[in-house]
Design a binder for this molecule. Structure first.
Ligand code: C2E
Ligand code: CA
Ligand code: CA
Ligand code: CA
Length: 279
């Protein structure tokens, strides 16, 4: 038994070492990526009632030279633990703001909004509010076209601080949405405490709602909750027409998902949405 135990320890040692090496490699790569501009923003359209294009959610991708695209699920956690998410987040926000500026002059695009994901580490950074405000003034972006997506996990510690930061940014017109609601350690108290504009119905509930009555019940509850709190409600992960039908039946009016379009680079987004190309 002792032998097995020791082998197990060794096995875990090796695995932990491999993980540590993988992390170190990723961190090294991310530092280079920041310097060498290897990140790309993808845009996934968001629609109101099927037809009207609201704007897009901005999703980061990493394109290392001569290697396949890396998904954010693989590098955001490392960016968070290393603090690299802070400079990365600035780049994301600045790039999104510049896009809003390009759209602002043309009446055909001036109404478009961009939703940008904000990680917990970013939000809790002491300079967060100042940094966002200086990116806004530096780019001249219309603040009311910008929505920041927060996840619940971020809001657990220091909710008072979070509310304070949100209120400061809301004074400038920035909007907030709560992402992934219902998937983490959510509390209803948090939902009613935060100065939110939008509630996102997580794709986990959308996925099976047209065939599992329990998922349907949860989706209905979230949508009703959002509506009774006068929040915009948007469903993400809409992949087929049945899901769309169920969501509409429940009173959800804004949608995002593969049924409409996958996230794509800006040129493809502009073409997909048949938007005028800015000069
Ligand atoms: P999220 O914010 O919940 O983003 C939604 C994810 O669902 C995206 O994955 C999107 O591509 C995917 N998705 C959209 N429609 C569908 C659909 O119909 N079906 C399915 N199965 N999936 C769909 P992605 O782009 O791989 O991003 C994963 C996560 O990484 C995001 O989850 C977010 O938490 C994080 N992330 C992505 N971009 C950023 C960023 O710029 N900053 C930060 N802090 N986090 C980001
Ligand atoms: Ca999101
Ligand atoms: Ca989400
Ligand atoms: Ca998610």
């Amino acid at each position: 038994a002792k032998k097995v135990g020791r082998n197990q320890v060794r096995f875990f040692d090796t695995r932990m070492q491999q993980q540590a090496e993988h992390r170190a490699e990723l961190e090294f790569g991310l530092r280079r990526a920041l310097k060498e501009n290897e990140f790309i923003l993808y845009y996934q359209p968001q629609y109101h009632s099927n037809q009207q294009l609201l704007g897009a959610e901005v999703l980061i991708r990493w394109q290392p030279p001569d290697q396949p695209l890396v998904s954010p699920a693989d590098f955001i956690p490392v960016a968070e633990t290393t603090g690299l998410i802070v400079p990365m987040g600035h780049w994301i926000l600045r790039t999104a703001c510049k896009q809003l500026v390009r759209w602002a002059d043309d009446p055909e695009t001036a109404h478009l909004t961009l939703a940008v994901n904000i990680s917990a580490v970013q939000m809790h950074h002491h300079q967060f509010v100042d940094d966002v405000l200086s990116i806004l003034s530096e780019t001249g972006a219309p603040a009311h076209r910008l929505e920041l997506e927060l996840t619940e996990s971020l809001l657990i510690d220091n909710i008072e601080h979070t509310i304070d930061k949100m209120l400061q940014l809301k004074q400038h017109g920035i909007r907030f949405s709560l992402d992934d609601f219902g998937t983490g350690f959510s509390s209803l108290n948090m939902l009613i405490s935060l100065p939110l504009d939008t509630l996102k119905v997580d794709q986990a509930f959308v996925r099976d709602m047209h065939r599992d009555p329990r998922d349907l019940a949860v989706a209905r509850t979230i949508i009703d909750l959002g509506r009774s709190l006068s929040l915009n409600v948007i469903a993400e992960g809409v992949e087929n027409e049945q899901q769309l039908k169920s969501l509409r039946m429940l009173g959800c009016q804004c949608f995002q998902g593969y049924f409409y379009a996958r996230p794509m680079p800006i040129d493809a987004f502009i073409e997909h949405c048949q938007l005028p190309v800015p000069l």
